[in-house]
Unconditional design. Structure first.
Length: 145
């Protein structure tokens, strides 16, 4: 029996993920070059990038349509808007793993964690840091969608 990918038969309504190739990611970045680097790194690590967006309205549509496992959030938004966006995404899918990226030197990490983000990366960071964080937030289980 081939054990790569996901199990052939779901257990109840849960699918056990044993391979990153089944994990979908949406990248939200208003910096075109960084967005391209994020995509390259994420795909090279074996994840599937299902959509790239550059605005918060596009991000909500992408989360609703594609139901990703992970969102990488790198939009230059004021703190209050960023928190509202995270809460709105989690209203659409409470199991969504959100990794937020910022160059803010303030305590933005605490705010995004309180809003429901699973990880925070402060710029500058390496792509190794990014992939390490993405691996840590990758769900081992997810509801059948």
């Amino acid at each position: 029996m081939d054990h790569s990918g996901i199990l052939e038969q779901p257990i109840g309504s849960v699918i056990i993920l044993s391979d990153r190739s089944e994990v979908s990611v949406v990248i939200a970045s208003d910096a075109m070059l960084l967005g391209a680097l994020l995509r390259l790194s994420i795909e090279e690590a074996g994840y599937i990038v299902v959509r790239e967006v550059s605005q918060s309205t596009e991000l909500l549509v992408a989360v609703s349509q594609h139901v990703p496992d992970i969102v990488i959030l790198d939009l230059g938004l004021p703190e209050v808007e960023r928190v509202k966006l995270i809460e709105s995404m989690l209203d659409l899918d409470s199991t969504l793993a959100i990794v937020t990226v910022s160059n803010s030197e303030e305590d933005l990490g605490e705010m995004v964690f309180a809003a429901g983000a699973r990880a925070f990366l402060q710029k500058p960071f390496t792509m190794y840091d990014l992939i390490d964080i993405v691996k840590k937030v990758t769900p081992a289980f997810r509801s059948h969608r």
